[in-house]
Design a protein around this ligand. Sequence first.
Ligand SMILES: C[S@@+](CC[C@H](N)C(=O)[O-])C[C@H]1O[C@@H](n2cnc3c(N)ncnc32)[C@H](O)[C@@H]1O
Length: 365
Amino acid sequence: MLKINILTLFPNMFDGFLTESIIKRAIEQDKVKINIKNLRDYANNKHNQVDDTPYGGGAGMVLKCEPVFEAVEDLKKKNSKVILMTPQGKQFTQDKAKELSKEKDLIIICGHYEGFDERIETIVDEEISIGDYILTGGEIPAMAISDSITRLLPGVIENESKENESFTDNLLDYPTYTKPREYRGMKVPNVLLSGDHKKIDEWRKEEQIKKTKEKRPDLIKNRVRKVIGKYSLMDDTSNKKMINMNIDDAYKFKPKKSFDVNKVMLVEPTFINKIAKKNLQKKLDTLMKQIDIVLNDETDDEGGSYVLGEINRMQELIVTLYGKYLEDAYLTLVLLKLDALKSEVSMKEMEKIETINYNKKGRSR
Ligand SMILES: C[S@@+](CC[C@H](N)C(=O)[O-])C[C@H]1O[C@@H](n2cnc3c(N)ncnc32)[C@H](O)[C@@H]1O
């Protein structure tokens, strides 16, 4: 059974939290034990003082080290994880809730007033924030994380309720409706009344993706990163579904230095098309610049044969690599253009050779 110890200066704030609804039932059924500990019990001075003014001046009172260190030392077991509630911590997520629901013993420290003595950070395993805003104390954050952890414990709520809920697989939950079928002109979607469960499942999945794209596109990005692992990128604007594709068929390339990955594999067809085209275009632009020098720079005597080799290599790359990913019509056009440029460069080369020979003859006469 998971035990959650909460260290607070305001234990009464937890009264409603522990005695209502799902948390109350989970405690009664011994699925979780929530132990609220008053930090004042660990005040080692006759005034029960647990906070003091900040060194260096400034507003408010600061939670002292002594009661917190002593409370943690008192409660800590071998397998305890000590969590500090702080707006400066890592933002709490559903994944973090899942991770913490597998622990056996949590000790959650709630700050209050201006905060806590910085040295308290040395005895904690994790600093957690519930969002980028400031609350008066860590009690509501401690309730928020304890609630989300507890509902994930086996037997607390039905497993089915957890399957599609928001943030599972980085998607938001699908839309739900209940009676009546029509309210103020707003109708329940027909598919939900059809009784066809396959269709309902498909509709719900599509709605999950649609809703997530609309409301939380940032989650979709993470989702695809997860699906393909660390070698992935996501086309945010793409509305197409992912298809099952062997990773060997993925379009692979080296990304720019600004990404912290050394290889990218794309499996989403429209995105492959976009990126492969862009990469090919970049290579073609470089080649075009070289061709331009050969064709227009009269002082360039040596570039011709090199550029002809480059055009051949590019044509080969188009057939062997880009042929797999880009449309035939587009590639045929590029290959024809390269053929035409190859002829032009060859002609220019011939002209140059003829001029050199002519000059040589002229001089020898
Ligand atoms: C008023 S806040 C102190 C804020 C602190 N002076 C700062 O600016 O970072 C008092 C306490 O409330 C808790 N708290 C406030 N906002 C929080 C949040 N977003 N997430 C987690 N804990 C929070 C922390 O325990 C914090 O020590």
